[in-house]
Design a protein around this ligand. Structure first.
Ligand code: TMO
Length: 318
């Protein structure tokens, strides 16, 4: 209390002398830490660190908390964590919207970036599988993607389980000749891709955009039936399988949102103002992942480089 009222008095003093800077001198409004969520893919790790560094420079204490990408939204609603910079429609829409509707989590705004999370093949795969990127064409070629574990079915190299989508269910709902085998971490996706590319072997794996892959390996997303609002996820009668949900792909142009704890506006108003303005486009997100996954920087180094390269973007949040 004492330190708060002292800061208030300092702010008042500043307000009298310097009206334009009245609030700046009151930051941080609280000495409690702002807890920023971190997930298990590169752009999120870099860009959450970018936001953390900007807040630290303003005087805030920032802590980072790793979280499961589905369970994080309830934790944010409850105030156990405070801010998430990258919530993806394709993999997190259900958990995100439930936390807003039922738990009071704040939808802190939508980035300019358009996103996609989907099955993906390197471009050379089209030579041995005519008709791509249509999913039925892919399915007709399933056998060329078979491995010992899945033969005669094709293997879909699926994402870590916490990225939300149940691809085994999609395979079943669409009656596909595939088996979804999830990796434990993103690095395994890229190792599988590199190994296949080196031997020019067919592979279909989970990928997303914006990501560093588009600057490294030409390829294409597979076009599945497009979802229509929430119907594919909730209404079995919708879509080509009248008895099952999940008979569709992810949105081809999905949103990317920020998520926040409802207490931020009161406890850290200047930080909250920044968080609402944080806004990334596709190339800014791809660049963040490229610094680590192609250039080999640490997350920390990449965040510093991204900040140096995007001073104008950061200035626009203030
Ligand atoms: C959640 N992700 C962007 C990795 O698909």
């Amino acid at each position: 209390m004492f330190s708060k009222s002292l800061k208030f008095a300092v702010a008042l003093g500043a307000a009298i002398a310097l009206p334009g800077a009245a609030f700046a001198s009151d930051v941080p409004e609280s000495d409690d830490p702002i807890i920023i969520v971190q997930n298990n893919w590169t752009s999120q790790l870099v860009l959450s660190t970018v936001v953390g560094k900007v807040l630290e420079e303003m005087g805030y204490t920032v802590e980072y908390a790793p979280s499961d990408s589905q369970l994080q939204f309830k934790a944010i609603a409850d105030g156990d964590m405070h801010f998430q910079v990258e919530a993806w429609e394709g993999s997190m829409k259900g958990a995100f919207e439930k936390a807003v509707a039922e738990d009071g989590m704040i939808d802190a705004g939508t980035h300019d970036a358009a996103t996609r999370e989907e099955w993906w093949v390197p471009a050379y795969v089209a030579d041995s599988c005519p008709g791509l990127p249509d999913w039925k064409a892919l399915d007709a070629c399933a056998e060329i993607f078979a491995v010992a574990e899945t033969a005669p079915k094709g293997r879909f190299v699926g994402p870590p389980a916490d990225w939300g989508k149940n691809y085994a269910e999609r395979v079943k709902a669409l009656g596909m000749n595939f088996e979804a085998i999830n990796v434990g971490q993103a690095a395994t996706l890229w190792a599988e891709l590199d190994a296949a590319v080196a031997k020019n072997e067919p592979i279909v794996l989970f990928n997303w955009t914006p990501n560093f892959i588009e600057a490294k390996t030409p390829g294409m997303f597979i076009d599945f039936p497009e979802p229509e609002g929430d119907k594919c996820a909730n209404d079995a009668s919708w879509g080509i399988n009248p008895d099952m949900v999940n008979d569709c792909g992810a949105p081809r142009s999905g949103w990317l949102k920020k998520a926040a704890w409802s207490g931020l506006a009161d406890e850290f108003p200047a930080a909250w103002s920044i968080m609402q303005k944080v806004n990334f486009n596709n190339s800014q997100i791809a660049a963040a992942s490229l610094l680590v996954d192609v250039d080999g920087m640490s997350v920390e180094e990449a965040a510093d480089k991204w900040i140096a390269d995007n001073a104008d973007v950061i200035a626009s949040w203030k």
